[in-house]
Design a protein around this ligand. Sequence first.
Ligand code: 5AD
Ligand code: SF4
Length: 470
Amino acid sequence: MSETKKLYIKTYGCQMNVYDSERMADVLLPLGYEMSENSDDADIMILNTCHIREKAAEKVYSELGRIRKIKNERTSNGQTTIIGVAGCVAQAEGEEMLARAPIVDLLVGPQAYHRLPELIRKIEEGERGLLEVDFPADDKFEKIPAARSAQIIARGPTAFVTVQEGCDKFCTFCVVPYTRGSEFSRPVEKIVAETTRLCASGVKEITLLGQNVNAYHGTGPDGDSWSLGRLLYELADVPGLERLRYTTSHPLDMDDVLIAAHGDLPELMPYLHLPVQSGSDKILAAMNRKHTTAVYFDVVKRIREARPDIALSSDFIVGFPGESDADFAATMKLVREVEYSQAFSFKYSPRPGTPAADMDTQVEEHVKSERLSELQALLRHQQHAFNQNCMGRELPILFTGKGRNPGQLVGRSPYLQPVHADAPEEYIGSIQSVGITKVGTNSLSGLCAGGNVRSTFNARPEILSEGTTL
Ligand code: 5AD
Ligand code: SF4
C-alpha cells in the first residue's frame, strides 16, 4: 500500500513569504502530498527564504546542514527526499548555493514557484540542481489553483491576500527591487474573488499584502486603474468579511482616498504600518526614500484626522552610512513626536548589490548597537504606554486560536495587539467583546464580556494615545 507523501515547508521572513508558502502548498498538494509539521518524515522539504538582512543566508545554510543528516538517514532507509530552496535567497544567491550545498535539488525564485510541479517531476525523473529564478512572462497568480486547499480553513479566521508585489522605489539599502522585481498589481476581480472565497469558508479578517501595497494600481472591472483605497471600499462589502488590514505602505503613496477609507470603513482596522526608516532628512535623501520628515508628519496628521484612534507602527534603520549622532537624535525626536503603538527597528546591514553597501561612510558596529538599544527602549516604552491606555476598555477581539493556558484563547484587538482571555473553544473564529484587565508590553489580557460584537465596532471617536514621552 502506498502511503501519502509528505510536504514540509519552513518559512522565513515577511508575511509575503507566509502567503507564498501557502501558495506553494496549493500547487504541490494536488500532486498527492499532505502537509507535515515535521521535517524528519518529509518527502519534499522546502525552505522559503528571506534575504532582507544579513545572516539570512547563513541561517539557511545551517538549516541545510541539519537537513542533510535527515536526508542521509532517509536515503539509507531507501527513502528519497527532495530538497528545495525558494524565496529571495534562492533568487539572489542561487548559483552560489548550488555549488555550496549540493544536497539542494532545486532553487526557485519568488516569481517562479508556480513551476514547482514540473520541477518536481523533472527531479523524480532524475534531474538535479535545477535553478528557476527568471521573472517569467506568465503570471504566477493565474497558474495557482483557485480553490485554496482545505487546510487553509484549519489555519483559522485570518488570511493574507497578495494584491501587489515588487517595488520600483529602489531605496538604497533594500534588496526587494532586485529579488522581487518591479511592481505588479493583481486585477481587482481576482482579488475580490479570492477574498469572497476565503470569507465564504469562514475567514473573518483579510490582510492585503504588497511590498509597496499602497502603490497598488490594479485593473478594475471598468478597465480603469484602481487605487488601494478604491479596492478597500469594494472589499468591505464582501459577505462575511469583518476586518480588513493592509501592509506595507510607503508614506508617498498614502493618497486621499486611502486616508478617507480609514474614516469611512468600520471594517478597516485602526492600525497602520507606515515605515519612515529615519528621522533625518539628510539620511532619508541618502536612502533615496523620496519623502522628507515633513511629508511623513503630514501623512500622520491627515490619517489621525480621519481616524483619531489609529495605532501607528513603523520600521527604523539605525546606523545607515553617514548617520551622525545628530541624525540619530532626529530619529529619536521623530519617534517622540509621532508616538507609535509598536515598531520594528534594525541595524543597517549592507546587502551586496545595493548602492548603500558601497558607501564609504559605514557606521561602526558598536555605534549601531548602542543606537539600536536606545531606540528600542523608547519604542518599548511607547508600546507599553499605548497598551496601558487600553486598560479598563472593552475591545472587540477576533479569537484566532487556543492560548498557552488551559481554557484560554488568544486573539487580536483592532490595534493588532495579541489579547488572551478565558473563553470556550467555540469562540475561535468569532469577534467577542473583552474587558481589558491586564496589560504587558507585548500583549493584553482580559475577561470575555459575553455577546458576539461582530460588525458593531467602530472606535473612531476615541483617542487612545495621549502624551506619552520618555
Ligand atoms: N538593513 C537593515 N534593515 C533593512 N530593512 C530593509 N533592508 C535593510 C537593510 N539592508 C528593513 C527596513 C524595511 C524592513 C522590511 O526591513 O526597515 O522597512
Ligand atoms: Fe525596499 Fe524601499 Fe521598496 Fe520598501 S519602498 S520594498 S524599503 S525599496
